[in-house]
Structures are given as structure tokens and as C-alpha cells.
Design a protein around this ligand. Structure first.
Ligand code: NAX
Length: 338
């Protein structure tokens, strides 16, 4: 029996992350080796040629799963019947641009795209926002989609932050990245995020905190490393990549977006992961904010894992990032967008 093709829309399909995403999706890395894919690339006129060039290369890969590729600058065409929308294209901050201008420019992108998703996407559509400011862009898209699309269908990407945290721990503990479970990114996809290892464990059940203490020479040394090295390095890793590579994170961002959608669609495999989802008040996060939480999926969307203990320092870090999300939401409200 042949599976029904899944339609995947990538916005910003002519950009860097779009380019890194589409080949892996067409190869079956996101939805599995048995699911045919129809790709739609949405671009602005300026990016159409680049997307068209990428489509020529996709054709030259002769991927057996790739059934169709369509490129358009019309959101209603791009999202028509789509099952998975990956909103990557966004307006970057240009020199001298104020935060309110950045939020307004992106509201002008994510508002209409959310409305188009509400109007024409598949009834079971799932949306992940990658384009920054990702959490608030997701909030705007969800609010613009209208009542036909439950807000839970909209998520924002913090899996790259999660994977960065796991990578740092794996290197420090000298273990494989796959051995570390239950790391959590809380809050905003920004430098205020809180990468939390207090629940993380190794395969034998040993807490990562204990393993760090053993490796680094005691609890105090482990705490100092977390506060002074690990947290800032994960939170500012994007800037480090730009400095070293001379260009922003691309393949790692695409990889994280694929991990995010794969786990949402097929289920998380071991323990919790991190995704920004619409808050229903969990952990005191104001309702409606798109905030990164510990999540699991049983193959039908992400659910927040509740009941984790947070000590006072952790609560303060989460609160600082949530305050930033509130300020972004209020700034967008002040523009009359929400
Ligand atoms: P690029 O500038 O290479 O590509 C963006 C593409 O989007 C361009 O081709 C542009 O023409 C297109 N675009 C702009 N407005 C559009 C619209 N209204 N409709 C459709 N397409 C539109 O950027 P890239 O490196 O691909 O990054 C894309 C976004 O991801 C940026 O906002 C970036 O900040 C964000 N990131 C988010 C990350 C996350 O973890 N959430 C990490 C990586 C990345 O920084």
C-alpha cells in the first residue's frame, strides 16, 4: 500500500535554512522512509529565482519520495491543503532598526500567513515557526488563523537550543549525545532562554548534575560551570557560530526543525524534549504566550510535561525569559496586531 503524500510548505524556500531543509525532507528524514512528500516553497518575488534553482537541484536528486515541487509567491497557493507549514522566511533586523519596527515588520509577514493557513490549509495542519522572533511570530500567526485552527497547532522552534545544550553536555561528560535525556529549554528563543539540566539523566538513570559534579570536581564546580559557561554558551551559541563561521546557523537549524516536526508527528522516543507551545498557564506562564516548555509527543502534537520541580534560581531564570515574552506580546498589542 502506498501512503498518502504529505504536503509540506516551507516559507523562505529560497533562503539558507530553506535550502538545507528541503533535501532532507525529500530524502525522508522528517516523515520517514515510506511517506511521499509534496513540497511547496513560498517566497517573496526577490527570492523566487533562488527557490527555483533549489527546485532544479531537487529534481536532479531523483528522490523517490518527492512527488511534486511547487514554487509560489502567493500564500493562498502555498498553504492550500498543506499538512505541515514550516515558517522560516522572516524579516531580519537591519542596522538601526528598533525592536518595535522588527516586531511590526514580522507581524506584517506572520499575520497574513496565519490568516492564509486558517483559510486554506488542511484541517489537521501543524505549523512550526523558525523565523525570528520565533515565539512572538508564532503567537501572531496563531491569533491570525481564526477559529478553525486550534492554537495548539502552532509551535515555535527551540529544538536548536535544546540540541545545542545536549551537545555541550555530551562533550563535557565525554558521552554520546544520544545518551543524554530530559534536558529542557524554558522561555524565549533568545539570550534570556533557560537551558535546564536539573532533570536530565544518563541511560543508567544517573542525574546529569551528579555526573557533572564527578567530572568537574564537586557540586560547586558543576554549578559554576553551568552558570558561567554552559548557560551563556547555549544561549549565545547563534552569535558564536556567526563569529566563527562568518554566517548564521543553517544546517543545524534545519536539522532541529526536522527533529521538531518528526517528534511532533511520530512521537518522542526517549523522555522529554523542548518546543515552544501555546501556554495554558502551565508553570505560571501567562496563558496564550508561546513559550518553550518540556514536552512529549505521542504522535499527535506536543503536550507540556507538568509537575517538574524548579528551585528558586530556576524559577527566576524562567520568569526573566517569560517577562521578555510578555514585553514582546505587549509591544505587538500596542501596534494593534493582536
Ligand atoms: P535567509 O535570509 O537566508 O532566508 C530567508 C528567506 O525568507 C529569504 O529567501 C527571503 O526572501 C524569504 N522571505 C522573506 N520574507 C518572506 C515572506 N514574507 N514570505 C516568504 N518568504 C520570505 O535566512 P535564513 O538563514 O534561512 O534564516 C531564516 C530565519 O530563521 C531568520 O529569521 C533567522 O533569524 C531564523 N533562525 C531561527 C532559529 C531558531 O532556532 N528558531 C535558528 C536559526 C535562524 O537564526
Amino acid at each position: 500500500m502506498t501512503n498518502r503524500p504529505t504536503t509540506v510548505t516551507i516559507t523562505g524556500g529560497g533562503g539558507q535554512i530553506g535550502y538545507a531543509l528541503m533535501f532532507r525532507i525529500a530524502a525522508g528524514d522528517m516523515l520517514g522512509p515510506d511517506v511521499p512528500v509534496r513540497l511547496r516553497l513560498l517566497e517573496i518575488p526577490h527570492g523566487m529565482r533562488s527557490a527555483e534553482g533549489a527546485a532544479l537541484e531537487l529534481q536532479d536528486c531523483a528522490f523517490p519520495l518527492l512527488r511534486e515541487i511547487e514554487i509560489t509567491d502567493d500564500p493562498l497557493t502555498a498553504f492550500d491543503g498543506t499538512h505541515i507549514a514550516m515558517l522560516v522566511g522572516a524579516r531580519p533586523r537591519s542596522a538601526g532598526m528598533e525592536r518595535a519596527d522588527l516586531l511590526a515588520a514580522n507581524a506584517g509577514i506572520f499575520g497574513p500567513q496565519g490568516a492564509a493557513i486558517g483559510a486554506v490549509a488542511d484541517d489537521d495542519v501543524r505549523v512550526v515557526v523558525v523565523g525570528n522572533p520565533a515565539n512572538t511570530n508564532a503567537l501572531i500567526a496563531a491569533a491570525s488563523a481564526g477559529p478553525d485552527v486550534p492554537v495548539e497547532r502552532f509551535t515555535a522552534l527551540t529544538r536548536l537550543d535544546h540540541n545545542r545544550a545536549v551537545g555541550q553536555l555530551a562533550e563535557t561528560l565525554q558521552v554520546g549525545a544520544g545518551e543524554i535525556a530530559d534536558v529542557v529549554i524554558w522561555g524565549n528563543h533568545s539570550a534570556t532562554q533557560f537551558p535546564d539540566v536539573s532533570h536530565a539523566i544518563l541511560p543508567d538513570g544517573m542525574p546529569v548534575l551528579e555526573a557533572l559534579a564527578e567530572r568537574l570536581g564537586g557540586r560547586d564546580a558543576a554549578t559554576a560551570w553551568l552558570d558561567d559557561v554552559f548557560i551563556p554558551r547555549v544561549a549565545k551559541r547563534g552569535a558564536e557560530i556567526i563569529e566563527v563561521r562568518g554566517s548564521s546557523s543553517v544546517a543545524s537549524a534545519a536539522n532541529a526543525a526536522i527533529d521538531h516536526v518528526r517528534d511532533e508527528q511520530l512521537g518522542t522516543r526517549r523522555g522529554m524534549t523542548s518546543a515552544a507551545v501555546v501556554s495554558h498557564g502551565e508553570y505560571g506562564v501567562p496563558e496564550g504566550l508561546v513559550c518553550s516548555f518540556p514536552v512529549i509527543s505521542r504522535g499527535d502534537g506536543y503536550e507540556v510535561v507538568e509537575g517538574l520541580d524548579l528551585d528558586e534560581r530556576a524559577r527566576q531564570r524562567v520568569a526573566a525569559s517569560v517577562d521578555e515574552l510578555v514585553a514582546e506580546r505587549d509591544a505587538v498589542r500596542a501596534l494593534g496586531v493582536l
